[in-house]
Design a protein around this ligand. Structure first.
Ligand code: KG4
Ligand code: ZN
Length: 338
């Protein structure tokens, strides 16, 4: 079964053809990052306008690369939630219009479930597992019992981890987007140069939750030292100490979830899953079976949408053309399933 997957939830415009949920025939990803860099953040109105300009060419390119005509497709899917509403609307409307005109099955896909599916494009992973979804907009620790059966155990009570990387980089003028820049700087820094206190979220309902606003503020408080060039406030040391604190908070909650559930298989997804310290720490933790997407599949891409959609189509599940995009998913705590 050949599925076309379209992703346009934020600033990447992507289309991909995946066969049987696994074999990637094409995965065209075009990023708008250079166009948002001057604002040091994604400008939603600009993002949706650019998606409208790019989407048709990207879909055509993905079909060409896969060597398929539109009529050869067995299903068409697009991200429908969560994300920037205008950006989502572009990919979703395009997918619906294509499916309608070609008389093909159509499915709207949850972006976070798609991120969690990304590592399964490269390896067969058994359920259940603990999912670690870390991106610019989300920080979720969950239990996955099937591709569409997810129980959210913990999330952030304020900022997402990727957002914290981006905001710290913005204040220090390290570059945009901040996650990868901080990760590179951190590789050359001393992560013990600064000690940032972890959030105190130990009681009751917050057992698996994280918080990043306090850490972000604590790091930004060192800006004056940094500007006057006082040691040890070098870009590398700030980046390394911040990266360690941000990832250690996440890992402490993840390890709790593993201990409490007894589930030792871990699957990571989302842009922050590209973080080298996170990857190293998890890979070297004894007793775990850890799966990360390859670097090219950590960020937003159409292949994860097409791959996941295959499983819905296989059991005959489609969506109506009245499906509307949703910027937020009213989940968090219980279930991500649609
Ligand atoms: O999944 P994604 O492409 O888009 C969203 O769904 O949000 O994730 C983007 C986020 C950004 O915040 C970016 O700074 C972060 O992923 N990111 C990283 C790294 N590469 C990208 N964060 C930490 N370390 C990285 N190497
Ligand atoms: Zn994403």
């Amino acid at each position: 079964m050949f599925v076309l997957g379209i992703e346009s939830s934020c600033d990447e415009c992507s289309a991909s053809v995946v066969e049987d949920g696994r074999k990637i025939h094409s995965n065209i990803v075009m990023t708008q990052i250079p166009l948002h860099r001057q604002y040091q953040g994604v400008v939603p109105e600009v993002a949706s306008r650019i998606h409208t300009q790019w989407i048709s060419g990207i879909v055509r390119q993905s079909l060409n690369e896969a060597g398929l005509a539109p009529a050869d497709l067995d299903g068409i899917a697009a991200t429908c939630q969560p994300g920037l509403i205008g950006s989502l609307a572009v990919g979703l409307s395009f997918a619906k219009a294509m499916a309608f005109s070609l008389h093909k099955p159509f499915k709207g896909i949850n972006h976070m479930l798609a991120h969690l599916y990304a590592p399964q494009l490269e390896a067969e992973i058994e359920y259940p597992f603990i999912g670690l979804l870390v991106s610019g907009g989300h920080t979720i620790i969950c239990r996955a019992d099937a591709f569409d059966t997810i129980t959210v155990l913990g999330t952030t009570i304020d900022d997402a981890i990727g957002e914290a990387f981006d905001k710290v980089a913005k204040h220090y003028n390290f570059g945009y987007p901040g996650g990868n820049v901080i990760d590179q700087l951190a590789e050359k820094g001393d992560d013990q140069a600064f000690v940032f206190p972890p959030p105190s979220l130990h009681k009751g309902d917050h057992r698996y939750d994280v918080s990043y606003s306090g850490l972000k503020t604590a790091v930004i408080h060192h800006l004056d030292n940094y500007r006057t060039g006082s040691a040890p406030a070098t870009p590398e040391n700030i980046a390394a100490s911040f990266r360690k604190s941000a990832v250690d908070i996440l890992l402490s909650r993840l390890y709790r979830a593993i201990d409490d559930t007894g589930i030792t298989r871990v699957v990571a997804g989302g842009g922050v899953a590209a973080n080298s310290y996170l990857r190293r720490q998890l890979a070297s933790r004894p007793g775990l079976d850890v799966h990360f997407p390859s670097l090219g599949l950590c960020g937003d891409n159409g292949a994860m949408v097409a791959g996941l959609a295959y499983h819905y189509f296989s059991r005959g599940e489609t969506d109506s053309f009245s499906l509307a995009p949703q910027s937020r998913v009213p989940v968090y705590k219980r279930s991500l399933a649609q």
